[in-house]
Design a protein around this ligand. Sequence first.
Ligand SMILES: Cc1cc2nc3c(=O)[nH]c(=O)nc-3n(C[C@H](O)[C@H](O)[C@H](O)COP(=O)(O)OP(=O)(O)OC[C@H]3O[C@@H](n4cnc5c(N)ncnc54)[C@H](O)[C@@H]3O)c2cc1C
Length: 394
Amino acid sequence: MTRFDAEVGVVGVGTMGAQTMWQLARRGVSAIGFEQFAPGHDRSGAGGESRLFRTAYLEGSHYVPLLRRSRAEWERLGADTGVRLLHMTGGLMIGTDGSTFLESVGRSIAEHGIDHEFLDTDALRSRYPQHAVRAGDVAYLDHESGYLRPELAVALAASEAERLGGVVHRRARVTEIRMTDAAVEVHTDERVFRFPRLVVSAGVWTSQLLPGITPLHEVIRIVMTWFPTATPERFTEDVFPIFVRQSDGFDISGWPSIDGATVKIGLNNGWDRVADPDLLDRTPPDALFDEVRDAIRALVPGVVPEVVRAGVYMDGYTADHDAFVGPLGWDDRVTVLGGFSGHGFKLAPAMGIVAADLATAGATDLPAAFLDPSRFSVNVTAADRLRFGRRVSR
Ligand SMILES: Cc1cc2nc3c(=O)[nH]c(=O)nc-3n(C[C@H](O)[C@H](O)[C@H](O)COP(=O)(O)OP(=O)(O)OC[C@H]3O[C@@H](n4cnc5c(N)ncnc54)[C@H](O)[C@@H]3O)c2cc1C
């Protein structure tokens, strides 16, 4: 009989993996996580000090139940660790009246009764003078929005999991995953670990670990930029909510000042592909700086339009920009989570619950079926068959 190392293995203890570990540990399920760096590192999806938490979701109202469950879990993790991870500043969604963007936000609000205010052009101008409001600009102020502290959140979810009995191997790079009849094997330089169930939450490295059999479409490099302000008191979180703004041909997001000296504002587009995540070029492109400086000059005049800090990160994208979360069609002992397409951080607690549910019970009550990886077809080659071993049909 096979001796397993734990009930569940988790490959990648980043944003999603740390949440999965925490959820498993809370249920008393034994789990071993493998992280090539250490939880909370800033070398892939989760760096850069802050992440938007939005509930009036422009990506679709079907996300709202997952977002509300995530909010409750973020607050629980904060309460359990005594650290404030989620700052509910409210969120301004600023755009042109009647735009697809605001219609989509409005649909989430209407369908789910999200606590909000609608600000017409004059109200927006007088309440938020930090924004240069254009004729025709209006906004929803979503009171169920704010920001998260990503490095802290990942590190604390992992340490909470460990406190409750989970095991995290740091600086433990998984070199291979194999599926045999007896077990799902995780190979590291140290040894081979065997599990009855495996969760793969390896972010942008998913395609390296499971080449050919997951629907990760591309890896995208995303650059964050910080600007100084001479009036930091105008950008504190009590007076300056997080925002997403589509005005004047620009598409930007911003956060209140965390350090009392700079404001992080970034473009929501203009990103490029990463051929190999191990060789990410961390030098930000100059052209991008020019564009974001133009946006700052036009839209947020109280901020000095000079980039004084930049951070380069990356995320995995799918073809439809919704993640894949569910059993690997190749072998349903393996649950994969990936392709969060630039908007997954806020959802991580709900994704951790789904992964823990699937790994332990094979089903979940959370409304996440729209993320099932089987909506994509993957072309499995003969070489893939040889590489990964047995296929279990669903
Ligand atoms: C710059 C930027 C801004 C963003 N802004 C927002 C935002 O405002 N709001 C929002 O909700 N989302 C946002 N996102 C998206 C969100 O941060 C990502 O979707 C999310 O962090 C992805 O989580 P992940 O677990 O898939 O990847 P990661 O957090 O990168 O985790 C994957 C982990 O797997 C580990 N790993 C990989 N391969 C191996 C291996 N072989 N062995 C061991 N370990 C391995 C990696 O080291 C890593 O720790 C943003 C993303 C970026 C890049």
